[in-house]
Design a protein around this ligand. Structure first.
Ligand code: CA
Length: 225
């Protein structure tokens, strides 16, 4: 899954960008100041960083410079209220891949992010997937079994997407927690098990003898679609 770190100190903008990116299928983490951003770069290892310029503690230009001096090869899309051409030139000069000025349309923003990722060789997020008699549409949050609608919650879609993108590989409960619940909140691994029980009721012919989502003893789960 492509990972994006959003760095922005204005909360409404931060949550707006995060929600839209998550809906597109990216794994998203956030930071509200420059120090936290640099910390998240090493912790979360994003593929792309959406970066505001005017930030508390360490500004966006400085973050960009430090990234390029350090080991991070993450793509950077600067999102800034600074409209002057010199700022744009400077931003690209310190290593940003693209520069968008506020206010911007969500459509344009997503298109620019996608274009930068494509240039960096990242495959676009998976939008549809079918296995057995199940069809999943991650874009429109629609799931069917034998053509009948399955009432999956957004969280269950996220879990399914994680499984599908890692099909055939064992996924630990902690990995599910990190990628579906996020890095800030940590419910218990028991929560993951409860969600898997519910998912199996929807997708398995016999939830007691699952064939799509199998348990791997004391480790986690594996999706066999
Ligand atoms: Ca700001």
């Amino acid at each position: 899954m492509t990972k994006i770190l959003v760095v922005e100190d204005e909360l409404p903008i931060l949550t707006g960008i995060r929600d839209n990116l998550e809906m597109e299928g990216y794994e998203v983490a956030t930071a509200i100041d420059g120090e936290k951003a640099l910390e998240m770069v090493s912790k979360f290892k994003p593929d792309l960083i959406v970066l505001d310029i005017m930030l508390p503690k360490v500004d966006g230009f400085e973050i960009c410079r430090r990234l390029r001096e350090g080991k991070s090869n993450a793509a950077v899309v600067i999102v800034s209220a600074k409209k002057e051409e010199t700022d744009k030139v400077y931003g690209l000069d310190v290593g940003a891949d693209d520069y968008i000025t506020k206010p911007f349309s969500v459509m344009e923003f997503l298109a620019r992010v996608k274009a930068v990722l494509r240039r960096r060789g990242h495959a676009p997020p998976l939008l549809k997937y079918a296995f057995g008699d199940i069809a999943l549409d991650f874009e429109n949050f629609e799931a069917t079994k034998k053509g009948k609608k399955l009432p999956l919650t957004p969280r269950e879609f996220k879990i399914m997407r994680l499984f599908v993108e890692n099909r055939g590989r064992v996924i630990t409960r902690n990995e599910v927690l990190n990628k579906v619940w996020g890095y800030e909140v940590f419910p218990t691994t028991r929560t993951v098990d409860n969600h898997i029980v519910k998912l199996r009721k929807h997708i398995e012919d016999d939830p007691a003898k699952p064939c799509w989502i199998t348990s791997v003893r004391s480790v986690g789960y594996k999706f066999n679609g």
